[in-house]
Ligand binder design. Structure first.
Ligand code: GLA
Length: 390
């Protein structure tokens, strides 16, 4: 699905209806999929996300009313805030995500004027494709352009993360915001989440397609479970630090872990650490495979990653497992895994291009039979990061 003119035209029309003028600017920020390296960004690991072509649009104009006016084509709630030196979260509504970023910007002393803002997103909300990073980053990027505030890419990503951690209250890592800022067409980003060093890897799927499968499972309690995993990793690290001089779980090799895992002395924390350390190792294997365009080996790492997220990290669930279970039986699917935080949301799969329609229809039937409702399957493009459209 490309960024089509229909979306942009519809947004301009709605903006005019709501604010009585056409928007001065339109910005777009994509969502992302993570190819491999799950739940290790907040453990100083390496991850491999890419930006996709679905995302969030922001139509915006300055106003002279000293008001931040938020509205959305996706949600009925609107909000007006008077310009202030700082803002606090007002509830669970969507506009808290952009407001958290604006709060970051004004806290650093940058002056802004009132703004009329209309958001529209075609990412499934809360489905693990980073709809929240997308709305955060599009807001930060727009303000940097509108008020000539220099915010380099990494800073913009960190600003989104801070808003998510402190304003929204989820202890997420840097991966999502980084991916949607730095994404590049047909490239995967290999990001070291400890140092923020990164490189682009060619993601040439050849005669395969990257499919995104939305389980349509609501991610209830996902934020609290996420924070629980974050805390468990902290405890496992603390135990291992008794003998190992490391800053992060991902600084530990598999062999050092084997030698010292007895220190953890808690079966749940042991499983969490095993996932994190082995997942970081798998990212290295996956990178090596991509570098020689060995998609079959890459796909095997995807399956192994899913198994570890299911058995050791316990963030999958019967819906995502059912999708991956089907993929394993489908000969022309060479790899699949859940992507993002889990607890519902999306899976990704590498499927032979000419079998995509057959794969999709059979998967939907299989899933419906086991789960009782349908999953959505679509082909994904790997796109560029945040940008101005108009
Ligand atoms: C969410 C978080 C990311 C990352 C993934 C799991 O998407 O926002 O920081 O931890 O989960 O890999």
């Amino acid at each position: 699905m490309a960024i089509d003119k229909v979306n942009t035209d519809a947004i301009i029309k709605e903006f005019s209806t709501q604010f009585g003028k056409t928007p001065d600017h339109i910005f777009f920020c994509p969502g992302r999929v993570n190819l491999i390296g799950e739940h290790i960004d907040y453990n100083g690991g390496k991850v491999m996300p890419c930006a996709i072509s679905l995302g969030t649009w922001l139509a915006v104009s300055k106003n002279n009313n000293k008001l931040l006016r938020f509205s959305s084509l996706n949600f009925p709630e609107k909000a007006d805030f008077h310009l202030q030196d700082s803002y606090s979260r007002t509830g669970k509504e969507w506009f808290n995500y952009p407001l958290g970023v604006i709060n970051e910007i004004v806290q650093t002393g940058d002056h802004i004027s009132g703004l009329d803002m209309l958001y529209y997103g075609n990412l499934p909300i809360g489905a693990g494709l980073s709809s929240s990073a997308s709305i955060e980053v599009v807001t930060g990027f727009a303000l940097s352009k509108l008020f000539a505030i220099k915010i380099p890419g990494k800073e913009l990503a960190l600003m989104g993360k801070k808003a998510e951690n402190e304003f929204i209250g989820v202890n997420s890592g840097i991966m999502d915001q980084f991916a949607v800022v730095m994404g590049k067409k047909d490239k995967a980003i290999l990001l070291n989440c400890d140092t923020l060093e990164y490189e682009y890897l060619p993601f040439d799927t050849g005669d395969h397609i990257l499919a995104i499968i939305n389980s349509n499972k609501e991610r209830k309690l996902a934020d609290s479970k996420y924070n629980e995993r974050f805390a468990e990793c902290g405890k496992a690290l603390k135990a291992l630090k008794k003998e190992l001089k490391v800053d992060n779980l991902c600084d530990i090799s598999l062999s050092d872990f084997e030698e010292h895992r007895h220190l953890i002395n808690d079966p749940v924390l042991d499983k969490r650490a095993l996932h994190v350390i082995s997942e970081n190792f798998r990212v290295g294997e996956a990178r090596d495979a991509l570098k020689i365009n060995d998609l079959v080996s890459f796909g095997k790492e995807m399956y192994a990653s899913h198994q570890s997220l299911k058995d050791w990290y316990e963030v999958s669930g019967k819906e995502l497992d059912t999708i991956v279970e089907f993929c394993r039986t489908y000969d022309e699917c060479i790899g699949a895994r859940m992507t993002g935080a889990g607890f519902g949301g999306c899976a990704i799969a590498l499927v032979k291009k000419d079998k995509f329609d057959d794969f999709s229809s059979k998967l939907v039937i299989y899933y419906q039979g086991k789960i009782g409702y349908e999953c959505d399957v679509f082909a994904s493009d790997i796109g560029d990061g945040v940008r101005e459209l108009k």
